[in-house]
Write a protein that binds this ligand. Sequence first.
Ligand SMILES: [Zn+2]
Length: 352
Amino acid sequence: MQTRHHLRIDNADAPRLRELTRKGWLAQRSQPLPGMFGGRVYAPDRAALQDQTAIHDERLRMGHLSLTAELHRLPLTEHRLLIAGSKNYEQFENQDVLANGLLAPMSLLQRRAWVTDLVTTTRQGRQPTVTDLPAEPGSWLRAETRLVDLDGLWFVSLAFEMPRPPRSQGGCVLGIDVGLSPLAVAAGVNTVLSTAPLHLLTGAGLRALERQIAGLRPGMQHEVERRYERLISGAARQALEVFTDQIIARASAVSVEKLTLSGFESDFVERSRERAVADWLQSWLPQRLYAAGIPLRRVAPHHTSLRCHRCGLPGQRLRDRFSCRACGSLNAHENAAHNIRRRGWGGRRWAR
Ligand SMILES: [Zn+2]
């Protein structure tokens, strides 16, 4: 199975890319890319495609061309394949330790140590790492890299050969509700699945981070904040990867909301979770479901959280609880997921 992911390139690289299209080093292709609607697709020079390596999670080099791109937005498996296919890939120290720390509860003392570790290793900068990752089945398909100009916004599109997931054996219809906490909940008849909770800095842990950041020079303050943001998004991706495997093992069909980001917050912690969920919903989940032969429908999201999935009456949602005057108090995420399942794949008239 092949997967493809389109990652934003920094605007500062756009003039250079336009110049390379004029020189013919980037050759336009007529074939559109799956998952990319519109845009002009370019294939880089063939020798440069072969001489291609990821420098770190924000930098890709092909031949003499070096690009700043959001490589950290790849799903976990593809990111590992990219690292395995790159020489001297640079990483911050304790990257995995810090990311895993956000997936487990920690004491205040451990939180403070976590913050110190984050700040110290970020100040040291990225170092070339010997990639001793366990050999994953699959590979990065370098020759398939394309660059896309979408109305002046440039993307790099990377392709991977991935192990085909086992085809789903029946299972049940699942509706998926997405949010920030938990990131996603799937519900079907007698089935509820949820992403692992993220344990982000709060209260005293967050104040410890703010204090340490305040002592740094402005450029480094920005670096630490951005790294924290990427660690959150990495932890979210890890939780979504496990969740995707669970869905593929259980589902016969899936429905999800059409994504609207208007309800999301704009602070940087929430933005990084939001991006992970958006990438998952728009690109990564559909590709994995397709490979597993599981049909997917997208439904309009309105009112899925405001009606009771059992009796259809309107009810009230207060944070994680939904209350129906006939059925009592229900988990609000599960209730929404059931409504999304029915809206996608049928049920009573009111739920369609
Ligand atoms: Zn009810």
